[in-house]
Design a protein around this ligand. Structure first.
Ligand code: FAD
Ligand code: NAI
Length: 468
């Protein structure tokens, strides 16, 4: 045995690295194993961060093209330098992954670059990137191996013309015709990026609505906005195959409920139909840890697997596949290992889609409340009536507050609008303190800000919205 630790973490994404930092802070001797050359996982390397860097830059480009003139700003000679746009994205990724490596050192976490495999209770073998093998012993093992893109049977991802979310972040040129399979978060975010940069985008979605999980009203209204921006949707449709010709791709689609097939031409296809836990070669079977049909690791309670001393967190266990959820899991499991009371409230994990306008929500939506037979009141406020949104000429969308009909406790908040990804934070705090809609309505918000729309929607629950 070359070394022993209190905690061995397999996977250096938001779940793993936040767990490592908290373990270090709590005085636990900690190791983190990551098979990528850089730490940060999917999120920093091929997920949240590069996608947001491209969303930000492409939004500037589209704004300069479509909105500057109306604000009295003349632009001439505007042109896209895709290589530079990709370089600034890579720069953001590099800075942040290096930052995580620094945090490991600062918190005295030992970093092993290689693939970890559980070979027994408390035993992990690392196939190091330099070709050597290391055996580590640990009182606790935390599995934080994350997820990988789900695939479609019969459709081969080559990351050049038929790409997963990874290839979608690094296309070498702007495809003339782009087909996206899946109108979920990646479909809408990456569809927005490439549409802004000039692609003709068609999104093929199996269901009859976009963004499963979002409030139905928001899903409906946002679809209309994305359509106005140029995204085309083929709803209730499935892709049955892709023929790769030299000059183009021929995408066969047919109605999900059956009907006539048709063919769409494309230069690039992005497959974004969800993600699945990644546990390849991890050795779960060696210690008898099971997974469900989708590969989600079985946990008994509070991140404990069926084997004592082995824990699992983040995308590879149940719950939303989100970086901040993985972070919460990571910190909580560290505290549990240290004998403290780690806890995550999964009802308060916000969702944000970083399109323009953004979509953000936390808590229950109307359908979920109806299904649970909970009586609720609704307060709504449109950004059209918000002074800051008007000055910014960004008036699409609204805020909707759902509060318990008897107690007035806020049960869910759903927003569509520019900047709502930031506004959701105040709602999470309010809900963590079990605020009533009246608590938010009676809290002074600065004027003129978009956050006043949250307050006004809360006021709307009691019918005393002030702004017209
Ligand atoms: P991961 O980040 O997947 O990290 C797991 C790590 O474990 C990986 O680096 C992997 O290489 C490593 N690993 C796996 N097996 C082994 C092994 N045996 N040995 C060693 N290392 C191993 N979430 C958000 O909240 N906001 C967003 O804006 C957002 N945008 C996204 C955009 C895209 C395009 C994608 C794909 C995802 C996005 N996500 C976003 C989701 C987010 O990236 C994940 O929820 C998050 O990364 C999960 O963290 P994790 O630590 O559980 O797993
Ligand atoms: P998703 O689950 O958000 O959406 C997948 C979509 O594909 C769904 O609408 C589904 O109905 C559809 N679909 C499934 N099979 C299909 C088929 N055969 N044909 C057509 N449509 C089909 O998954 P997505 O967009 O791939 O993202 C994966 C995960 O990554 C998300 O669930 C999310 O957790 C995370 N993510 C989060 C982001 C954020 O927080 N802003 C951004 C990007 C990803």
């Amino acid at each position: 045995m070359s070394d022993t630790f209190d905690v061995i973490i397999i996977g250096g994404g938001p779940g793993g690295y936040n767990c490592a930092i908290r373990c270090g802070q709590l005085g636990l001797k900690t190791a983190i194993i990551e098979m990528r050359d850089t730490l940060g996982g999917t999120c920093l390397n091929v997920g949240c961060i590069p996608s947001k860097a491209l969303l930000h830059a492409s939004e500037y480009y589209a704004t300069a093209q479509n909105e500057f003139q109306g604000m009295g700003i003349g632009v001439s000679g505007l042109k896209l330098d895709l290589d530079q746009m990709m370089a600034q994205k890579d720069e953001a990724v590099k800075g942040l992954t290096q930052g995580v490596a620094f945090l490991m050192k600062k918190n005295k976490v030992t970093h092993f670059n290689g693939k970890g495999k559980i070979v027994g209770k408390g035993e992990v073998e690392v196939a190091m990137s330099d070709g050597s093998t290391k055996k580590l012993g640990g009182k606790n093992i935390v599995i934080a191996t994350g997820s990988e893109p789900a695939s479609l049977p019969g459709i081969e991802i080559d990351e050049e013309r038929v790409v997963s979310n990874t290839g979608a972040l690094s296309l070498k040129s702007v495809p003339k015709k782009l087909v996206l399979i899946g109108a979920g978060v990646i479909g809408l975010e990456m569809g927005s990026v490439w549409s802004r940069l000039g692609s003709e985008v068609t999104v093929v979605e199996f269901l009859d609505h976009i963004m499963p999980g979002a409030d139905a009203e928001i899903s409906k209204q946002s679809k209309k906005i994305f359509e106005k921006q140029g995204l085309q949707f083929k709803m209730g449709t499935k892709v049955t195959g892709i023929e790769k010709l030299k000059s183009k791709l021929k995408v066969s689609v047919e109605p999900a409920k059956g009907g006539d097939a048709e063919t769409l031409d494309a230069d690039v296809v992005i497959v974004a139909i969800g993600r699945k836990p990644y546990t390849d070669g991890l050795g779960l079977e060696t210690v008898g840890i099971g997974t469900d049909k989708r590969g989600v690791i079985d946990t008994v309670d509070h991140f404990r697997t069926t084997v004592e001393g082995i824990w699992a967190i983040g995308d590879c266990v149940k719950g939303p596949m989100l970086a901040h959820k993985a972070e919460e899991d990571g910190a909580a499991v560290a505290e549990l290992i240290a004998g403290k009371a780690g806890h995550v409230d999964y009802n308060l994990v916000p969702s944000v889609v970083y399109t323009k306008p953004e979509i953000a929500w936390v808590g229950k939506n109307e359908q979920q409340l109806k299904d649970a037979d909970i009586k609720y009141k609704v307060g709504k406020f449109p950004f059209m009536a918000n002074s800051r949104a008007r000055t910014n000429h960004q008036t699409d969308g609204f805020v909707k507050v759902l509060a318990d009909a008897t107690t007035d406790e806020v049960l869910g908040v759903h927003m569509l609008g520019v900047g709502v990804g930031e506004l959701i934070g105040e709602v999470c705090v309010a809900m963590a303190f079990r605020a009533s809609s009246e608590d938010i309505a009676r809290t002074c918000h600065a004027h003129p800000t978009l956050s006043e729309a949250v307050r006004q929607a809360a006021m709307g629950v009691e019918g005393w919205t002030m702004q017209a």
